[in-house]
Design a protein. Structure first.
Length: 235
């Protein structure tokens, strides 16, 4: 592979290789070589495990309230071939993949082959620079998908979504302040607001403290731009 092309790839992925042979190997599909051992298949095998480890550790740390089943569901979606192909296509990696003449222009290039390419590249980064740069590359490209998956998995648990977002982006946990309460003891309403790093978000009323906090969390998520349109009422 020409050095100019390798330069372009390094610029796209934000990582410079010490051993460029690893980078070149990641972009060689089995259909373009006489011996499969010269292709990126072995790197793909390793990259799959590195990706899974980073994703599992990330969702484990960011979702302390999730049970094993919730984490497994999220992990399966995030490391799927479809998601990997999506990431590879978003950063235009697939256009550099070297394939055999019979594969050129194939629709499968944007799916299975693109996914395998991403995994091979992750392995190449890991072998060249270690775990930290591989993790950095993965999170840079998977973070928006991880956050979207968390929102879908939470299904209305806005406090959980806000906690993950706040810890990830502001390195702190949201605080909930009770501002007011009205009504008799048997039928009270509560007003609560979210505070993150001294920023106060729009308050919300609820029939109990839990409901008020969920609605206040939703207001904060909307103001932060995490959720733009959400009509479902929190449970």
């Amino acid at each position: 592979m020409e050095q100019e092309i390798l330069d372009q790839i390094e610029q796209i992925i934000g990582y410079r290789f010490s051993n460029r042979n690893l980078l070149a190997e990641a972009f060689v599909h089995a259909s373009s070589v006489d011996k499969r051992a010269m292709s990126n298949e072995r790197l793909e095998f390793l990259g799959d495990s590195v990706l899974a480890l980073v994703i599992c550790r990330t969702i484990f740390d960011r979702s302390p309230d999730y049970l094993e089943g919730d984490l497994t569901k999220m992990k399966s979606m995030l490391v799927s071939r479809g998601t990997c192909a999506q990431v590879a296509s978003q950063i235009n990696l697939h256009k550099f993949l070297k394939v055999g003449k019979g594969m050129a222009g194939s629709q499968s290039l944007t799916h299975s082959l693109a996914a395998g390419l991403l995994e091979a590249l992750i392995a190449a980064i890991y072998l060249d620079g270690g775990f930290e740069p591989a993790q950095k590359f993965i999170l840079k490209n998977f973070d928006p998908i991880i956050e979207k998956a968390h929102i879908e998995q939470a299904q209305g648990n806005f406090k959980s979504i806000l906690q993950q977002h706040s810890q990830q982006h502001f390195n702190t946990t949201p605080a909930y302040e009770l501002l007011d309460e009205k009504g008799p003891d048997h039928n009270k309403c509560f007003e609560t607001q979210v505070v993150i790093n001294q920023r106060h978000f729009t308050s919300a009323w609820g029939n109990n403290k839990k409901e008020a906090e969920q609605k206040a969390a939703l207001n904060a998520l909307i103001e932060l731009g995490v959720i733009k349109d959400y009509c479902k009422e929190p449970e």
